[in-house]
Design a protein around this ligand. Structure first.
Ligand code: AMP
Ligand code: MG
Length: 519
């Protein structure tokens, strides 16, 4: 097993000189060296074959003793020195000060096929940033991160990825419901992979401390390695950098809205500087289409991170990043105008995205209204987002009964009467007329719609079923879901049972509709 190690973050940026693994404020440094905790009887339970190849390993390497040891924290790769990054963040709208990698340890970076990948163990033990927690992760949240990040990649959503999922053999104490009833759960470690794990919060911590020298070093490092096309460091380059981060963030948010993904904790420490979806915690998938839905119980009152607010939160977080990098630019105007264009770009990109979900490829003035009316209808009675859009591709301008075509998406078909039925009929009439203006034939339109409306997503109850099985030592459902979610836009008729509405038992079950940050 040979990896082409090529560390830049830890080579080019300043290390915390203190090597002791104690909780503390770390200043004038970008990271602290830390060794992963030894695990008692680790076992790899799944490996992403694709990521294995991406980082330059071979099929079969995952079965070696070394692979097991390295990716569960029991051995350190030669020529590397693992470390935890320092960052800060705004949590639920408030500045939270220093946070940092409290339970993530970076093993190092590899370069393969001209691509750079940082490898990071999540749940590998305490770091100087663990604050009051243990640096560990439980099996349930690790399965959720592992399956979802790979699924998002295959959906075409920018995301961090995952190489391996392992159980540690150690027990971890968690209070899932935050109700004073903690219990022991199986500990687990995911090896996550991304070009870089730098977050908005890495910039914010230096700005908050008035450390403009390190702020500049971080910006220059990030641009040099990840935005090299922007040119050498200068005010103009920093503005272009911010512009591109804003555009990438927006693009990712629009993808979330397209597939019905709700992140759940969009704090600025969970915002990737590369615009990737990062930190899969109490996320959820929309079942009933509902702009007001949030999976995160910690956010149940204010619903800051509800589905419909993700675009605004993306912008709010970009304001924090703009404030953080302001000392490098010293001019508010250009940053403000980028933030302004996020708003208009969002309108445009969102409309374009919704048009594609409806199979509308020419631009018509009434489209925004048609889409708005659809969204209103989807909220009239609980309607499964994934099934609705997937089945909508079967509707053609010669059909008179649209409701029948999408009927499987209604959780309570008996609601479809009176006013609600009338509104749907009216909408399908308008949609039918609108489709008549399109050039594409029905089959071709359906094909294009099916390429943006997934058939399979990681429904909340699906992940929970895989977790329940895995808790009993059976990992086959993890593999089954992993395999299906690699082709989310394909019909895969033998897996049709996963193209179904959430079963009733999952409606109020912990882990399915209610998720906490306890992980
Ligand atoms: P999150 O809300 O999961 O993004 O986490 C916010 C902060 O808490 C980050 O600095 C995490 O590293 C830290 N954190 C979360 N869970 C743990 C844990 N079990 N042990 C140590 N730090 C944690
Ligand atoms: Mg986080």
């Amino acid at each position: 097993m040979k990896l082409n190690i090529n560390n830049t973050f830890s080579e080019e940026l300043t290390a915390d000189p203190i090597l002791e693994n104690s909780r503390r404020q770390v200043k004038n440094a970008f990271f602290s060296y830390v060794t992963p905790k030894k695990t008692s009887s680790p076992e790899i339970i799944h490996v992403s074959e694709e990521m294995l190849q991406e980082i330059g390993l071979q099929h079969g390497d995952e079965n070696s003793e070394r692979f097991l040891k390295i990716f569960t924290g029991n051995e350190v790769l030669e020529n590397t020195a693992p470390y935890a990054m320092v960052y800060g963040g705004h949590q639920f709208g408030n500045w939270a000060g220093q946070l940092g990698d409290g339970r993530a340890i970076n093993l190092g970076e590899v370069v393969h096929n001209n691509k750079r990948w940082a490898l990071q163990l999540k749940g590998a033990g305490e770091t100087p940033y663990s604050r009051s927690a243990d640096g560990l992760a439980v099996l349930r949240s690790s399965i959720r991160e592992y399956l979802c990040s790979e699924a998002m990649y295959h959906l075409g959503v920018p995301t961090t990825r995952a190489l391996s999922l392992a159980i540690s053999g150690d027990k971890v104490l968690r209070d899932v419901l935050y109700d004073g009833n903690p219990g022991y759960e199986k500990g687990a470690i995911v090896c996550r992979v991304a070009p870089s794990f730098i977050r908005f919060g890495n910039f914010e911590i230096f700005a908050a401390r008035g450390d403009h020298e390190n702020l500049k070093k971080l910006a220059d490092y990030t641009i040099r390695h990840f935005y090299p096309h922007l040119g050498d460091p200068s005010k103009e380059t920093y503005i272009k950098f911010f512009d591109e981060v804003a555009k990438r963030t927006l693009e990712t948010v629009v993808h979330w809205q397209r597939v019905g993904f709700v992140h759940g904790v969009l704090n600025t420490d969970n915002m990737s500087i590369l615009g990737l979806t990062i930190d899969y915690g109490p996320y959820g998938w929309l079942e009933g289409f509902d702009f007001g839905w949030t999976p995160n119980t910690t956010d149940a009152v204010n619903k800051r991170y509800r589905f419909g607010n993700q675009p605004n939160v993306g912008l709010w977080n970009l304001y924090q990043l703009a404030n953080a990098i302001y000392p490098l630019v010293e001019e508010a105007k250009p940053l403000e105008s980028i933030l302004e264009s996020y708003k208009s770009d969002f309108e445009e990109k969102s409309l374009e995205m919704m048009r594609s979900k409806l199979g509308l490829f020419i631009n018509e003035d009434g489209d925004a209204k048609l889409i708005l009316e659809l969204e209103e209808n989807l909220e009239l009675s609980e309607t499964d987002m994934t099934i609705f859009f997937r089945n909508l591709s079967k509707f053609t301008p010669s059909d008179d009964d649209g409701i029948r075509i999408v009927q499987d998406s209604f959780y309570n078909p008996e609601d479809l009467k009176g006013e609600i039925e009338f509104k749907w009929k009216e909408w399908f009439q308008k949609y039918k007329k609108r489709l008549q203006l399109e050039m594409l034939g029905n089959d071709e339109r359906a094909k294009k719609m099916n390429a943006v409306n997934p058939k399979y997503v990681l429904r909340n109850y699906m992940a929970q079923l895989a977790i329940d099985e895995a808790d009993k030592g059976n990992y086959s459902l993890i593999n089954e879901l992993y395999t299906i979610l690699k082709n989310p836009y394909e019909e895969q008729s033998k897996h049709e049972k996963w193209f179904a509405k959430r079963p009733e038992w999952a409606r109020h079950k912990v882990g399915c509709s209610m998720l906490s940050c306890s992980s």
